[in-house]
Design a protein around this ligand. Sequence first.
Ligand SMILES: Cc1cc2nc3c(=O)[nH]c(=O)nc-3n(C[C@H](O)[C@H](O)[C@H](O)COP(=O)(O)OP(=O)(O)OC[C@H]3O[C@@H](n4cnc5c(N)ncnc54)[C@H](O)[C@@H]3O)c2cc1C
Length: 474
Amino acid sequence: MARTSLPFAKGLPIAAKKDVVVIGGGPTGVPAALSAARAGADTMLVEQHGWVGGQINQEMPLIGFLDSNGKQIIRGLGDEIIKRLVALRASPGHIRDEHEASFTPLDSRMFNAVSFQMFKEAGVTVLLDSYFADVIMEGETIKAAVVANKSGLQAIEGKVFVDATGDADIVGRAGAPFTKGGSDGKMMALLLWMLFYNVDWERFRDALMEDPQLYDVDPDTPGISGEGMKPEYFQKTRFVNFWGFRNLVREAQKKGYKPGNWRVGVWCPGRMDQGGYASLRYETADGTNDATDGGNVSEAEMELRMMVPDAVSFIHDWLPGWRDAVLASVSPILGVQDTRIATGEYTLTEDDILTSRRFEDVIAVGGAKIDDWETYKMIYPKGNYDIPYRCLVPKGVENLLVGGRSISATRKAMMSVRAMGICTATGQAAGAAAALCAKGNISPRRLDHRRLRELLLQQGVYLGSGELDGGSGS
Ligand SMILES: Cc1cc2nc3c(=O)[nH]c(=O)nc-3n(C[C@H](O)[C@H](O)[C@H](O)COP(=O)(O)OP(=O)(O)OC[C@H]3O[C@@H](n4cnc5c(N)ncnc54)[C@H](O)[C@@H]3O)c2cc1C
């Protein structure tokens, strides 16, 4: 019988011993590491790339800082980073929007510079270009993370680990329970964003207003008020957020264009004199779109990057105002929307979000819409909702916390909590909890949430307990 696995045993060099080890440096991992270090824990951040920011590097604006009433609910470290970027003129701050509640554009290169500066100030040890591959377990306790980098395989010992990989990679490797995909096991399509300069936004906006039907100004995009997207929206805003063009894509296809398997989205999230983004979409050959499968990831990367020339020619020839648009960059990373979700001590539900359910152990307040990229239906919470600490505590493993897209939630609820503004808050909470647990030698499961909430309030986090002043909202 053909062999399907090979034994592998090797003593690994111990590269570091830390109180807290955060794996993944996205919108979750950056505040997680900062929060743990500021709380006095000897902290290491491990990131597979030579940069941090995760999906921020697709140049998308952060959603979630304000709720649908315009109240700023994400503060703490996420907001501190934005304030630093505003001071550097690398972000306009939080902008209210009829369709997103708010978005916070920023320059990902400046985000990187600011994050590294803040790591230095807080004393975080950063290990870049290092891929987390496995765990060494003792019963249900993680002894060390196994990472691969130019030095080969290394072990990093830690008292407490934070899974900020977005994909719950540590949860998966530790053998802890998780869910993945819908009832058919499928996950949402994989995406790739392209950035263009030299878009004639005035022309684009005028065209949408003149012929909303042709350009598919989208009745499925209801907006906070509950009404469909109206052409007047484009009159009011200097920031365009538009998904549509289905009619145009169909017409182009009849004429032999290959715009690709995509629903065209156009963002002008900065200002109208800045660039615009368009997104490509791909479903893997096995139909699962499973981005925790190495073969699928590689296939999607290649196929999406091969679509770029056809997509650019469609954009030049069919999108009003994009004739002379210049392709400035294609995202260096794949857009992954949904993979593993940890099964935690509590699972946040769509109902919790839509009824604004309050929890005694709230560690972050969210307000982003449930943004379903499968059905393209948006559901808006009324105001905001609580995220309990127990969603960060995975079952089946003792010294691990989860933040960001993979906290314990139903798949629908994940479609709200994954907004990057909210990820900054669950990341900060996971980091703070990890520091308390490492210093107090306790399992996250036994941490008194009141101590955590007290620390988070000291760190400037909003927990729904009254107004706090000093946000960077505009
Ligand atoms: C196409 C697309 C459009 C979106 N649009 C928006 C938007 O406009 N606004 C918004 O707020 N949200 C948006 N989202 C959602 C949002 O980007 C994600 O939910 C969010 O980035 C999740 O944050 P995270 O920190 O959990 O994971 P990520 O952003 O994925 O960060 C994870 C980090 O961990 C690192 N990592 C992963 N695995 C390993 C490993 N094994 N070893 C070492 N490092 C590892 C990664 O390199 C990365 O830096 C979008 C998502 C997609 C895919």
